[in-house]
Design a protein around this ligand. Structure first.
Ligand code: FPP
Length: 256
């Protein structure tokens, strides 16, 4: 089944008015939480929830692309997730490899541009296939002009900020820049998200209300949305409802 559905009938059912469509966020970030609980509720291992989570993700990527959203950033694996059981980490890494093997051609055909946010080179030994698949996905889709799909993997927001500070400090120490050149723009340019718009809308599923070390710098003025729906159940309709909520928010960016 094609992952990108562009049939007219579907578009006509859209819950968005033309005005709403103008107000959609440019950059959506998602903390896909609740896979484990979803599986446990069904008496299944946590990996079953992650597998179902990948299916939910496919639909959200497709819908983001169809709606013309510029950037979608998803939290796939944090620097802290390595502390999970060997079975769970291995299941997640297996899913990752399977995802890129199975979906890359179609994502490329749909002009999706893939960027990995996080330290790919610092992944543990034994994950060379995953590393190669991630680099290959970025290389293949680098010039694509469609949805910018950013996958946070071996990612930590604090680590990202420290890394950017170190990069700028090194440039200053080498005399390449003066300290006053370290502006917000220069700082943003050293983050994994360099060149992307700031996050407009941050969605977290499963009822939790935490940032969990995700996009700490980029979410300065993000509108936050939480839903009790567990990630594998987060479908197009739930996404539409979230996006509709965003279109009704009054963003003030610290003004009145
Ligand atoms: C959080 O749920 C989810 C994760 C830590 C992993 C999310 C990953 C995927 C959906 C699939 C992998 C991604 C790609 C790109 C193939 P949780 O396990 O913390 O759930 P819980 O809070 O109910 O325990």
């Amino acid at each position: 089944m094609a992952i990108f559905g562009k049939d007219e009938a579907k578009r006509k059912q859209s819950v968005f008015s033309p005005e709403d469509l103008q107000k959609l966020p440019r950059h959506v970030a998602v903390i896909m939480d609740g896979n484990g609980r979803w599986a446990t509720k069904r008496g299944m291992p946590r990996s079953f929830g992650h597998k179902a989570g990948v299916e939910a993700l496919r639909a959200i990527i497709r819908h983001s692309s169809d709606l013309g959203i510029e950037a979608l950033t998803i939290y796939a694996f944090s620097t802290e997730n390595w502390t999970r059981s060997v079975e769970e980490v291995s299941a997640l890494m297996g899913l990752l490899l399977e995802y890129f093997t199975r979906e890359l051609d179609e994502l490329h055909r749909e002009h999706v541009c893939i960027r990995i946010l996080g330290d790919i080179s610092g992944m543990p030994k034994g994950l060379e296939k995953q590393q190669a698949a991630l680099y290959a996905a970025m290389d293949k889709t680098r010039e694509n002009t469609g949805l910018k799909l950013n996958i946070a993997l071996n990612y930590g927001g604090q680590q990202e900020i420290v890394r950017a500070a170190q990069a700028l400090a090194k440039k200053a120490a080498a005399g390449e820049i003066v300290p006053d050149a370290i502006t917000r723009e220069a700082f943003a340019g050293e983050l994994y998200t360099a060149g992307l718009p700031e996050v407009d809308f941050l969605i977290r599923t499963s009822g939790e209300m935490r940032l969990s070390n995700f996009l700490l710098y980029q979410c300065a003025y993000a509108e936050f949305y939480k839903t009790d729906i567990l990630w594998p159940d987060f479908d197009e309709a739930a996404y539409d409802e979230a996006l509709l909520t965003f279109t009704r928010r009054n963003r003030r960016f610290g003004g009145v």
